[in-house]
Design a protein around this ligand. Structure first.
Ligand code: ATP
Ligand code: MG
Length: 373
């Protein structure tokens, strides 16, 4: 049985039900219902509804990605789960334990790496992990300090002052710190922000390994590639609402759009008539002299129909590439047109890419709250 499952045996706290200790691990590692947060007005700032009655269920064992633009409400959600922010309304359960009624169990079921790094600079990584373990009441004989330091690649810095660690090392130390009580649920708020490519991959491996061994992982990220590579399920949150929640595969599969670039054997000044005839709904873009870019819907047009139209126009095909829609297209489609008041800062993340004419979504999206722009 996975390690996460051994810690607490509870039945899933089905919405409206009551958590019951039993030998059955929960279906959902985290479940929130109608979760609402309104930050009160202060000074010049008006009150702000950061979460608008969201429902979210994170299956036990998943590696779950929470995406959304700046100010969408991701950290607010995580901080409520961590007990750092008080919710205004709604319910939340961690590993089947209600955060209000079974606070202690809920807290010990979760490890959180917050977005802001808060490490006491005058302690060494070993001391910090020991302190944290003590804080959670883990007896000295059951502490896994050395193992955790090893897992995050900090063994050789075990006795160095935390202030001498680099930013990436500090973030890894935070991951170890969140794991000292071996919680079945690990929450990482932007775990790889500011971490270099090599270390990011190491962290991914570590997170994958933790997940493989049974820890349910919830992470937020601004790197869409990270979510695509790492997460089996993705929720997109925008303006405090969940706008999509489903498996990464089905999320990626639902954008009915492909791009075909064809290099032809002569310069063109306009779209050939045979191709233009195809472009009833599908955009046919002529990019440069010899390069035709065809954005089309695979559910409506077959690639051989497009190629036949090119040949019917008397053009020879010298080269051909296709491009699938990726998470960025989907993300932009779902959050496009909302770069308004709620979005804060810029930070130069991939999510700051300007919206490019991504078409509307095709297939159905599960999760019950999917919204189409
Ligand atoms: N302590 C606070 N007091 C008042 N407003 C807050 C507070 N914390 C967050 N907010 C507001 O709540 C909204 C959601 O913020 P939150 O930090 O949850 O977003 P986020 O999705 O984590 O964004 P980012 O990607 O920038 O980390 C924002 O409008 C933010 O300004
Ligand atoms: Mg945040």
């Amino acid at each position: 049985m996975a390690r996460g499952d051994q810690l607490f045996y509870t039945i899933a706290r089905v919405a409206g039900g009551v958590a019951v200790s039993t030998l059955v691990p929960p279906v959902h590692a985290v479940a929130v219902r109608g979760l609402t947060k309104v930050y009160a007005a202060s000074g010049q700032s008006p009150s702000r509804e950061a979460l608008k009655a969201i429902d979210l269920a994170i299956p036990r064992g998943s590696l779950f990605g929470l995406l959304g633009p700046n100010g969408a409400g991701k950290s607010t959600l995580i901080n409520i789960l961590a007990g750092l922010v008080n919710k205004t309304a709604g319910e939340a359960a961690i590993w089947g334990f209600d955060i209000d009624r079974q606070t202690r169990h809920a807290r010990s079921s979760i490890g959180v790496v917050p977005q802001e790094l808060n490490i006491d600079p005058f302690f060494t990584p070993r001391e910090l992990l020991d302190l944290q373990a003590g804080f959670y009441g883990v007896p000295a004989g059951r502490r896994r300090t050395a193992e955790l330091l090893e897992a995050v690649g900090l063994s050789s810095h075990a006795n160095a002052y935390a202030r001498t660690l680099s930013g990436g090392m500090r973030r890894r130390l935070m991951v170890a710190k969140a794991m000292v009580h071996a919680p079945p649920v690990l929450v990482l708020d932007e775990p790889t922000a500011g971490v270099d490519v090599e270390l990011r991959r190491q962290l991914w491996d570590h997170v994958r390994e933790l997940n493989r061994r049974g820890t349910t992982v919830l992470l937020t990220t601004h790197y869409l590639e990270e979510a695509e590579q790492l997460c089996d399920t993705i929720a997109i949150i925008n303006h405090g609402q969940v706008v999509a929640c489903e498996s990464t595969r089905s999320l990626l599969g639902q954008l009915d759009s492909k791009e075909l670039a064809i290099v032809v054997d002569r310069d063109l000044t306009e779209v050939p008539a045979a191709l233009a005839a195809l472009a009833v709904e599908e955009a046919v873009k002529l990019e440069i002299g010899r390069r035709l870019v065809v954005r089309y819907r695979p559910s409506r047009v077959r690639i051989d129909t497009i190629l036949a139209a090119v040949q019917a126009a008397g053009l020879g095909i010298l080269d051909l590439t296709t491009e699938e829609a990726d998470l960025e297209d989907i993300f932009l489609t779902l959050t496009r047109g909302s770069d308004g008041e709620d979005r804060e800062g810029s930070g130069g993340s991939p999510l700051d890419t300007p919206a490019s004419g991504a078409p509307g979504l095709g297939g159905s999206a599960g999760g019950g709250q999917t919204h189409r722009p």
